[in-house]
Design a protein around this ligand. Structure first.
Ligand SMILES: Cc1ncc(COP(=O)(O)O)c(C=O)c1O
Length: 431
């Protein structure tokens, strides 16, 4: 069991008073004020449901960035040691809180690069095809960047993509993945599969897969198991260490609110932390930090996730990440998940209460199998619904072929946001 199901459908009510009352009862309601909420030209807050794409800006971010700009202005290169938060070890200031969010040990986590880059660096180590064991499994609806990355890794190793890439697909007429189907793939082809690279929370359907089970199934066939947590981090609790996956990577611009294009995070399980024989790419930043500046030393790889870094990292991006992680540390993932399950359950309840056959939620209804996002399939792929929502400053996103993704984010979305969103949806559908 991951989280216990605590809320039942009968707890929810359709009227506006219920939303007002729930916002009053919400112990995290004060966090909304700590974000910049985009507004229309009359100063009315947008209904922002795209924290799954780009999280909003915490008001504290500016001061964190300003600190580093000041120290750069005041110290120049000496800021590496003299800054209030010295830049040399700056990434270490992020490690503990980042590890806590993904359920990892500090040695297993580092902030560096961006997501697709990190996936490649991890595949350099964890995709080591042989003549007989060379295939990679991904979800059929994996995020395109992951698919391209995997295809290019196959080609790089001289493996024919059609032969080497296995797609884990939903069954005909279904949208969600079934673990039994992965089991069947592994039963049939496990001896030829080198790597499973799976989205922990699928970007399209919002399905949160049982990554512990996936790791167990993959390892039983001698495969490496990696997870893309772009849609999971800060949203669900993946318990990466206990899940026993070999590696994971994520971005920080979605639920972690660290700004457009901000750095990503990477997890390598402790069991690989001291394996100096793992193949990997190298740079000065994964060389032993005690002797890094002696220069001209033979390469001596660092232990743990830090051993995948290459370059000295951009401090300004890390300052924004730090602002966000400090907030997450205060809130705690348990409290966040508790509110999230309730808020998304309420969203689902109101949409289902519309009982309109033009829309259908394809995200799992079990809170243990989803984060905060609901994916709403629109009949006949009618994009005008999304367009009308956007015109009303209800920000969701459209994903081809026929889905509106909408994520009430527990840090800054309210029950009234959800109520108002569904009221507008109702009036558009009834036009
Ligand atoms: C699941 C998933 N994988 C990969 C990416 C690509 O991320 P990046 O541009 O940071 O490499 C994204 C971006 O949204 C994503 O959602």
């Amino acid at each position: 069991m991951r989280n216990k199901k605590q809320i039942t459908l009968s707890d929810y009510k359709t009227g506006h008073e219920y939303a007002v009352q729930q916002d009053q009862l919400d112990e995290l309601s004060n966090y909304r004020e700590q974000f910049h909420i985009p507004k229309d030209k009359n100063g009315i807050d947008w209904l922002y449901f795209t924290g799954n794409s780009l999280g909003l800006q915490p008001k504290s971010t500016q001061a964190y960035l300003q600190q580093e700009l000041n120290d750069w202005a005041n110290f120049g290169v000496e800021g590496h040691f003299e800054a209030k938060n010295p830049w040399m070890p700056y990434h270490e200031f992020l490690t503990e809180s980042m590890a806590e969010i993904v359920g990892a040990k500090p040695i297993e986590v580092v902030i560096m690069n961006t997501l697709t880059t990190n996936l490649h660096l991890l595949m350099v180590s964890f995709y080591q095809p042989t003549k007989t064991k060379y295939k990679i499994v991904i979800e059929s609806d994996a995020f395109p960047s992951d698919k391209y990355a995997v295809e290019s890794q196959l080609k790089f190793h001289g493996v024919d993509v059609d032969e080497g890439l296995i797609l884990w697909k939903p069954r005909k007429g279904e949208e969600l993945l079934r673990i039994e189907d992965l089991e069947n793939i592994l039963e049939d082809q496990g001896n030829e599969i080198a790597l499973l690279l799976i989205g922990g929370v699928n970007y399209y359907t919002g399905q949160f897969l049982d990554i512990k089970k996936i790791a167990k199934l993959g390892h039983a066939k001698g495969c490496m198991v990696g997870i893309d947590l772009a849609h999971g981090v800060g949203n669900i609790q993946p318990n990466l260490h206990d899940s026993n996956v070999d590696f994971a990577a994520w971005c920080t611009y979605k639920y972690l609110n660290a700004g457009p294009g901000s750095l990503g995070g990477l997890f390598v399980h402790e069991k690989h932390a001291h394996n100096k024989t793992l193949k990997r790419f190298a740079g000065w930043w994964n060389h032993n930090k005690e002797t890094r500046f002696n220069m001209r030393q033979p390469f001596d790889v660092m232990a743990g996730a830090e051993g995948w870094q290459l370059s000295n990292p951009p401090i300004l991006s890390m300052a924004a990440i730090r602002a966000s992680l400090d907030m997450f540390t205060k809130v705690g993932m348990d409290a966040l998940r508790k509110k999230s399950e309730k808020l998304t359950g309420y969203f689902e309840f109101l949409i289902n209460a519309l009982d309109n056959e033009s829309i259908k939620i394809i995200t799992p209804s079990n809170p243990e199998e989803r984060g905060c996002q609901l994916s709403i399939q629109v009949k006949n792929a009618d994009k005008s619904l999304h367009k009308k929502l956007t015109e009303a400053h209800i920000i969701t996103d459209w994903r081809e072929p026929d889905v509106i993704r909408a994520a009430p984010v527990p840090l800054y979305n309210t029950f009234q946001d959800v109520y108002n969103m569904v009221e507008k949806l109702k009036s558009i559908l009834n036009e």
